[in-house]
Ligand binder design. Structure first.
Ligand SMILES: Cc1cc2nc3c(=O)[nH]c(=O)nc-3n(C[C@H](O)[C@H](O)[C@H](O)COP(=O)(O)O)c2cc1C
Length: 160
């Protein structure tokens, strides 16, 4: 089963975390992962995906405008009934990552997606809205992104 990870990056951190999420997904059998910059998406792969995960850098306590623009122009993508999930990178713990992730979660709801992160329900690491890498916890947080990927992939197998 296919899963797409869509990200925007300027300085590479969100892309690096997208690849770690993908690595976690590949720990699960029967999962094929496509990792795409939002400017270069394989539309067939996206349409066939059972889950779509969005990775954003945080700009001014929100998602970056490039990701917002993608959603504002994404009328032709039918994401209804797919699992939707989000992760972020930011400089500071107080830099507004949760607010930015909620902006994306709003769009996922509007798209008719089934929003999932595993939350705190699956124990440590607690993921709540999704994993966040900040400058201070950057290296340490990689494990959390891998677990997140694994949890999304397990849910895909369970539901589809
Ligand atoms: C225009 C702009 C605004 C930013 N605003 C914030 C912010 O409000 N809070 C924060 O923690 N980091 C902020 N950052 C830092 C980025 O979110 C952070 O460096 C991120 O990891 C960059 O991701 P990338 O390497 O994938 O481009 C901002 C960066 C830019 C370029």
């Amino acid at each position: 089963m296919k899963i797409s990870i869509l990200y925007f990056t300027k300085s590479g951190k969100t892309k690096e975390m997208a690849e770690i999420v993908a690595k976690g997904m590949k720990n699960v059998n029967n999962i094929e992962v496509g990792v795409f910059d939002i400017n270069n998406i394989d539309e067939n792969f996206l349409n066939e995906s059972k889950a779509v995960v969005f990775g954003t850098p945080i700009y001014y306590a929100n998602t970056c405008w490039q990701m917002k623009k993608w959603f504002d122009e994404s009328r032709n993508y039918n994401l209804e009934g797919k699992i939707g999930a989000v992760f972020a990178t930011a400089d500071y713990i107080q830099g507004g990552a949760a607010t930015g992730m909620l902006t994306i979660i709003n769009h996922l709801m509007v798209k008719g997606m089934l929003v999932y992160s595993g939350g705190s329900a699956l124990g440590q690491p607690f993921l709540h809205l999704g994993p966040v890498a900040t400058k201070e916890n950057y290296e340490k947080s990689k494990y959390m992104f891998e677990v997140f990927g694994e949890r999304i992939a397990n849910k895909v197998i369970e539901l589809y």
